[in-house]
Design a protein around this ligand. Structure first.
Ligand code: IPM
Ligand code: MN
Length: 358
């Protein structure tokens, strides 16, 4: 891979979003410096900060910048002042959902692994989670999130719809990914009750013969929620619809030891988005205690998306070093905590200079 010149739009967002993005940018700058790439960063508003500044959670200017970028790095969006106000007409989340829809980001990819060094931080038994390594393919632009919603005289509704084409495109991505891993794919649905789930099963069964090396299993979502905790090692690639994927991937984060470690990539028709799976954690904003690792690992996924696998691997190695040496924020190292900024600096120094730096 030669030297690259890439434009990255940064949507730092709300709460701890800007702090964790700063550290990921520091790491990407270290990569650029060491390998001679040029990364240009363009900050744009989305979320509560965009509502405050413009009244719109996803201003047109932001969307245009995103469409024209080579990749998007996203921090987090959300503010408590909207969470407990069901009557709010404009909400930060609308910006994120519109971004996903406008960019056609139909697949949200969330890896979850149990880090050997952090096993004791998980409330789950070590022997149960040790060795767990799964990859979620969550459908991101369909289902109940995007169906017709509204109020009736005395009620409300949210419709869940899926087309065959919407299921097919993410199913192919999930199968392809399974062939590069342990050749196992689990479809999680609620086919005993929901018609959309029966369509998912039908489509996955039709596509399966094209990937003959992959073993396909099916699990109802209620059982999947239990199996994730009981025996997480049974999972390799998990394919599921939008809302089930939202819920199960948060649940699975308990296996990693901290929500602050989990990255994600959202890919589809236009520019891909890389973001931590955690939220804006407003209580922690400005205190220097937010864990930047999920965002830094999201930046590693961004590098892989550019085809920069060597660079991505060095970033992951640097994170591993931070774990080994305990250069971690308080939720993972209460006795001798580092700040958000210190964790980012440690990782970027390793990326820039290699082991000698430490
Ligand atoms: C996520 C978040 C979003 C979602 C919210 C902020 C709309 O929870 O990315 O998982 O539900 O998809
Ligand atoms: Mn979520």
């Amino acid at each position: 891979m030669g030297v690259l010149d890439k434009k990255i739009t940064v949507l730092a967002g709300d709460g701890i979003g800007p702090e964790v993005c700063n550290e990921a940018i520091k790491v990407l700058k270290a990569v650029a410096e060491r390998w001679g790439h040029t990364f240009t960063f363009d900050n744009q508003l989305m979320g509560a900060c965009a509502i405050d500044a413009t009244g719109n959670p996803l201003p047109d200017e932001t969307l245009t910048a995103c469409i024209n970028a080579d990749a998007i790095l996203l921090g987090a969006i959300g503010d408590p002042k909207y969470d407990n106000d069901p009557s709010a007409k404009v909400r930060p989340e609308q910006g994120l959902l519109k971004l996903r829809k406008s960019l056609g980001l139909f697949a949200n990819i969330r890896p979850v692994t149990a880090y050997p060094l952090l096993l004791e931080h998980s409330p789950l038994k070590n022997e149960r989670i040790s060795g767990a390594d799964m990859l979620f393919y969550r459908e991101l632009t369909g289902g109940i999130y995007f169906g017709e919603k509204g109020r009736t005289a005395d009620g409300a509704y949210d419709h869940c719809t899926y087309t065959r084409a919407e299921i097919e495109r993410i199913t192919h991505l999930a199968f392809q990914s399974a062939t590069t891993r342990r050749n196992k794919l689990m479809l999680v649905d609620k086919a005993n009750v929901l018609e959309t789930s029966r369509l998912w099963r039908e489509v996955v069964k039709e596509i399966a013969p094209q990937y003959s090396s992959v073993t396909v299993d099916y699990l109802f979502v209620d059982n999947a929620a239990m199996q994730l905790i009981l025996n997480p090692k049974q999972f390799d690639v998990i394919l599921t619809e939008n809302m089930f994927g939202d819920i199960l991937s948060d649940e699975a984060s308990v296996i990693a030891g901290s929500l602050g470690l989990l990255p994600s990539a959202s890919v589809g028709e236009k520019t891909a988005v890389f973001e931590p799976i955690h939220g804006s954690f407003p209580q922690a904003a400005g205190k220097g205690i937010a864990n930047p690792i999920a965002t830094i690992l999201s930046a590693a996924m961004l590098l892989e998306h550019f085809g920069l696998n060597e660079e991505a691997n060095v970033v992951k190695e640097a994170v591993q070093k931070a774990l080994e040496q305990g250069v971690l924020t308080p939720e993972l190292n209460a006795k001798n905590p580092s700040t958000t900024e210190q964790v980012g600096s440690f990782i970027s120094r390793f990326v820039k200079e290699g082991v000698e730096a430490l």
